[in-house]
Write a protein that binds this ligand. Structure first.
Ligand SMILES: [Zn+2]
Ligand SMILES: [Zn+2]
Length: 317
């Protein structure tokens, strides 16, 4: 039995494009293909949807293993020019901790994330994620990504909050909190069941507003890059995400790891609105205001010391 006929019996067609040639595609669309669409046609016309979807595994593996590397090098070498941005400067993760984290993350990827991608293929097809032409416009992609982020953020918040219950923390979530000062590689560092549970909110957005497979790939990659940035352990002043309204970021999530198991603050993974609405950012805001006050006092004391010192120098002359 061929793969195509068996797939039809399952209720979905695996071959992605119903067009035999780009000319047929242009005739069906009533316009010429763009350069990107021509490339897409050339690349994917003969490819089964399952293999297209499986690209996700490769993209995620690249993000998991390569994207945090520059951050790991910074963590291990800690150049002074960058070290000053470290959020918890007293904590330095040794090479053994970074390597163990990396190995565990790859192991969880092979045993949980990869199989989840494969098993979720019928769901992806079922909710209507398309693979054909036309390709989505940039506006469509951006609008859908915004929806995916908002939906995932909301459900992730509540699941994360439940994982901080006594049972949830003791049996599942404590693994993610082993790094009290997180590093990029530690973003997906978690109990395998947590990785699977948190996969649900990541699928919800695309299930509610299904788009093109390219949008889905982008969503998965951007979401994981965002998680790495949030766990990087550094508050770089030039970070572009600082300009996104209600964005949490590294400093925001670092506080959650710093407090650890007792943390009842900063549960949100991406934006801050859930913590604000449900009042779970009070501890963080209080600590932040206290720190700002202390800094202000130090600054004033330093300035006064400087004036006194200058006065003394004037007298000595
Ligand atoms: Zn937590
Ligand atoms: Zn975390």
């Amino acid at each position: 039995m061929s793969m195509i006929s068996s797939s039809s019996e399952l209720g979905f067609e695996l071959r992605m494009l119903p067009f035999g040639s780009s000319a047929e595609a242009e005739a069906a669309l009533g316009r010429s293909l763009t350069a990107v669409e021509s490339f897409w046609f050339w690349y994917s016309a003969g490819m089964h949807d399952f293999w297209l979807y499986a690209h996700n595994i490769v993209f995620l593996l690249i993000v998991y293993t390569i994207a945090p590397l520059p951050l790991a090098i910074i963590e291990l070498r800690w150049p002074k020019s960058i070290g000053k941005y470290k959020l918890q400067p007293k904590v330095r993760n040794p090479p053994s901790a970074v390597i163990r984290c990396y190995k565990d993350v790859v192991m969880t990827f092979v045993l949980a994330v990869g199989p989840l991608q494969i098993l979720s293929f019928p769901t992806i097809k079922g909710v209507g994620i398309r693979t054909g032409l036309p390709l989505p416009s940039w506006w469509e992609v951006v609008a859908q990504l915004v929806v995916y982020f908002l939906v995932e953020d909301y459900f992730n918040y509540w699941i994360h909050r439940m994982l901080h219950s006594k049972w949830g923390y003791q049996y599942i979530h404590h693994v993610h909190h082993e790094f009290t000062a997180p590093i990029g590689f530690a973003a997906p560092y978690a109990h395998w069941s947590e990785v699977l549970i948190l996969g649900i909110p990541a699928f919800l957005g695309p299930a509610i507003v299904p788009g093109h497979i390219i949008t889905f790939w982008l969503w998965m990659v951007i979401r994981h890059v965002e998680a790495i940035e949030t766990h990087c352990g550094y508050d770089f002043p030039q970070t572009p995400t600082k300009y996104i309204p209600f964005y949490g970021g590294a400093e925001y999530h670092d506080y959650h790891h710093y407090v650890g198991g007792q943390s009842h603050s900063n549960f949100a993974s991406v934006f801050t609105y859930c913590d604000y609405i449900y009042g779970t950012d009070k501890g963080y805001r209080y600590q932040k205001s206290q720190l700002a006050q202390l800094r202000e006092e130090w600054k004033t004391a330093e300035q006064e010391e400087g004036i006194k010192g200058n006065g003394k120098l004037e007298k000595d002359k």
